[in-house]
Design a protein around this ligand. Structure first.
Ligand code: GDP
Length: 297
């Protein structure tokens, strides 16, 4: 993850601001126009950019900031704070369902987004937290996906439940939860089927699983490298099946940062983790504050 272009542009704007002793309203407006352009070029959602600039402007233009001791620095501080707010301020953890011996998490996403890999990565994280996860192969359309989950599960040394490709995903999920009860697993992670594009069948299947199985959390995996498309996908999933949070995969290959900056603002749902590589250990908790620091350089 290196948002070079965005970071360079923002740093230029900041350098200009810092070099000025006093700031006029015009100075601030010019600077924010450049920030706006930089964000748009980074593929941040247009509406999000507009709201962001409006929020910064409302705080930056006024006697408190402009007559202050260090106006340029103040404006930069406001940009930083608003960027953190944009990404959700707080870090969101996967919560264990209170009062339940098993927490069920459903993973969803388009094919190729990194869902199966992320499922195994997540199992590793939960194992580190002392949990005993069970991975469940609910993608009955691609035998390769079942095999991939088994291989990754083995690498992570977590159990994988599969019933081949002849049963319905709902039946598999139900049987998996029974299996988890008998084998004292406390987290069940369902790896569902992805398709190349969002379609009705896919959404109906996910809805069926949610309705018929006691799913406590629905996490969507989207590919950060697809920028605004990732955000559109997140919005559509949330509108149709309601998601609880997002994992942004392939952040290691993202050079722009648009998805990370837009997901929360567009969907209202937080980013929980970011995928930072193909290895199963390459999953990091998402910290809005750290992300803002990385972007601002
Ligand atoms: P699925 O179809 O959504 O289950 O996607 P997969 O889990 O099979 O992943 C698709 C490809 O993306 C694989 O080659 C993964 O190794 C790769 N991948 C997944 N997550 C990441 C990530 O965070 N960074 C990078 N660089 N590659 C990833």
């Amino acid at each position: 993850m290196a948002f070079e272009s965005l970071t360079d542009k923002l740093q230029n704007v900041f350098k200009n601001l810092r070099s000025k002793g006093k700031l006029t309203e015009e100075d601030v407006k010019t600077a924010l126009k450049e920030v706006k352009l930089a964000l748009l070029e980074a593929d941040v959602n247009f509406k999000v950019v507009k709201q962001f600039i409006k929020a910064v402007e409302a705080r930056a233009i006024g006697s408190d900031v402009m007559n202050g001791l260090n106006p340029g620095q103040m404006v930069i501080k406001i940009v930083n704070e608003e960027m953190i707010t944009l990404m959700g301020s707080e870090t969101t953890e996967i919560k264990m369902q209170p009062g339940k011996s098993i927490t069920t998490i459903m993973m969803c996403g388009l094919q190729g987004a990194g869902k199966t890999t992320t499922t195994a990565k997540l199992a590793g994280k939960l194992k580190q937290r002392g949990k005993k996860p069970l991975l469940v192969a609910c993608d009955v359309y691609r035998p390769a996906a079942i095999r991939q989950l088994q291989v990754n599960g083995e690498k992570q040394q977590v159990d994988v439940f599969s019933m081949g490709d002849n049963q319905s995903p709902v039946d598999i999920a139900k049987a998996a939860i029974e299996h988890a009860k008998k084998n004292s697993h406390n987290v069940v992670i369902l790896d569902t089927a992805g398709r190349l594009h969002i379609d009705e069948d896919m959404m109906t299947e996910l809805q069926n699983i949610k309705e018929q199985v006691d799913v406590h959390q629905t996490l969507l995996v989207v590919d950060a490298m697809t920028g605004q498309d990732a955000v559109t996908v997140a919005k559509e999933f949330d509108d149709k099946i309601v998601i609880d949070g997002v994992v942004l995969s392939k952040m290691d290959g993202d050079t722009r940062g648009g998805a990370a900056l837009s997901v929360k603002a567009v969907t209202g749902k937080p980013i929980l983790y970011v995928g930072m590589g193909e290895k199963l250990s390459d999953l990091e908790q998402f910290y809005p504050e750290r992300m803002a620091s990385r972007i601002l350089g």
